[in-house]
Design a protein around this ligand. Sequence first.
Ligand code: ADP
Ligand code: MG
Length: 217
Amino acid sequence: MSLRLEKVVVTYGRDAARTTVLDGVDLEFTPGTLTALTGPSGSGKSTLLAVAGALLRPDSGSVLLDGEDIAPLGDAARARVRRERIGYMFQSGNLLPGLTVLDQVLTIAHVNGRRPARYRDRAAEVLETVGLGHRLGHRPEQLSGGERQRTALARALLLEPSVLLIDEPTAAADRSQAADLAALLADCAERQGCTAAVATHDPAVTAAAGRVVDMAP
Ligand code: ADP
Ligand code: MG
């Protein structure tokens, strides 16, 4: 699915505290490619992902998903776009305490109003792909940081989203985990043909990405 931002403007705050974080950003993401967004902290990487992922409405500009502008959509329609087309993986992983790895992944089917039981095989398969085939019954507190992140990635991939958005996935990983996770992300984008964007300042991730966009002002 093609994803294109046109003249996107985002400001936070008002009056004297008003700051323009994205000032007319034009950016196209290519299906099947992992695009890395780099730049110093505060350069707007997370904001850009939020706009691309229909989590935040820009002040102006267009966010074109397969040519359809999702920027002006109302809350309900944007929630639907998020559920049906976008997979998210954020820094902390946001796993639910007490749920097994398999059930963490199945929550996304539940959120989409689908019967989790029908997705068990697919969930186990995706977990196998991310190297967690032997951890299906583990709970978050029994996992390493890297395993938690890969659980979050499997959850994001369960319903084969057209767009995959990832924010600072390796912040808590050591060097060799970061390289493995980066390779996995690039591979997922290529194999599933999804449009994937990752905000990062980790050289291991930019090295694995098919394209790097520097957001430094
Ligand atoms: P990055 O992910 O590159 O670190 P962010 O998109 O998180 O950058 O933030 C860009 C700028 O916007 C920062 O200066 C940050 O303080 C500011 N900012 C982010 N979110 C908010 C918010 N909800 N309200 C006000 N300012 C914000
Ligand atoms: Mg950020």
